[in-house]
Design a protein around this ligand. Structure first.
Ligand SMILES: [Zn+2]
Length: 279
């Protein structure tokens, strides 16, 4: 976690925290679980707050910090599990058509219909059998929200049994939904096997300047391989605030580009629909 609550109720960012000034009594800002501060030490990455998992240092069951961890865990599991799609017997997989072209604002904001909103509510024919549980699965995905629902609803095992049909090309969920490192690798090597990707990560900070807004992700393995940005011309379509984003795990959808100057992968965000906050 990047933010914590002090005994006096004040919220503090991990970069502003000083135990001499603020003391050792720091809590989850949602459920008040006791937290500890983990400094940089010898690790090549930034500081953070966390629970110890003992006594009063455990998140409540309904704490958003706990819930988002579960989805991230699932994502990490599927990202770690690299599969050659050619070796997968797709007869066993449920195929979901994915077209996210309209999720990208593209040329005209006005023309884009709002049909995507109800995707997640549609009851469709596909069901996924897993340990005798049946889940209704969507068969078309046209929005980032529907992808987020899928990730939050399914276990890693279930997600591995889904094949995505992206413009006639089949791929696994782990090939579309990727972490920062993979985004970097894809953009650096120019191996754009999908027209767009979904990158997941935790927002460390949001910096709004006159001409551009940067959504900086937390470091991964000591590096900062990815950034999302919004040009000022699109500020009116991008209404998330710093408070809504900082410290949250998010999904960002878009075309990945490689920024040679900064040696980073990046995605331009043009409107709210390209970003989803995992709850
Ligand atoms: Zn909590």
């Amino acid at each position: 976690m990047q933010n914590a609550r002090l005994s006096n109720g004040q919220i503090i960012n991990v970069y502003e925290y000083d135990h001499e000034i603020h003391g050792e009594n720091i809590f989850c800002r949602h459920c008040k679980a006791k937290l500890i501060y983990v400094g940089t030490g010898n690790r090549n990455s930034g500081p953070f707050f966390r629970t110890t998992g003992h006594n009063d240092s455990i998140h409540e069951d309904d704490c958003p910090e706990k819930r988002e961890v579960k989805t991230i865990k699932t994502l990490k599991t599927i990202n770690d599990y690299t599969v050659d799609i050619n070796k997968v017997n797709l007869n066993d997989n449920h195929i979901i058509k994915v077209n996210l072209d309209n999720n990208l604002a593209g040329s005209s904001h006005g023309k884009i219909s709002e049909v995507n909103k109800n995707d997640s509510k549609k009851k469709l024919n596909y069901t996924l059998n897993s340990k005798n549980r049946k889940k209704q699965l969507t068969k078309n995905i046209t929005s980032l929200t529907t992808i987020a629902n899928l990730l939050q609803k399914c276990s890693a095992e279930e997600l591995k049994k889904i094949a995505l049909d992206i413009k006639g090309k089949l791929m696994l969920v782990s090939q579309l939904v990727i972490d920062q490192n993979k985004a970097y690798e894809i953009s650096r090597t120019g191996n754009f096997y999908s027209p767009w990707f979904v990158v997941h990560g935790k927002v460390r900070s949001v910096k709004k300047l006159d001409k551009v807004l940067f959504i900086n992700f937390d470091e991964q393995d000591g590096l900062k391989p990815f950034t999302a940005y919004v040009f000022s011309g699109h500020y009116k379509y991008f209404t998330y605030t710093n408070e809504q984003l900082e410290g949250k795990h998010i999904l960002v959808h878009g075309k990945i580009k490689f920024n040679e100057k900064y040696n980073k992968a990046e995605i331009q965000i043009m409107w709210n629909k390209q970003l989803y906050i995992l709850k």
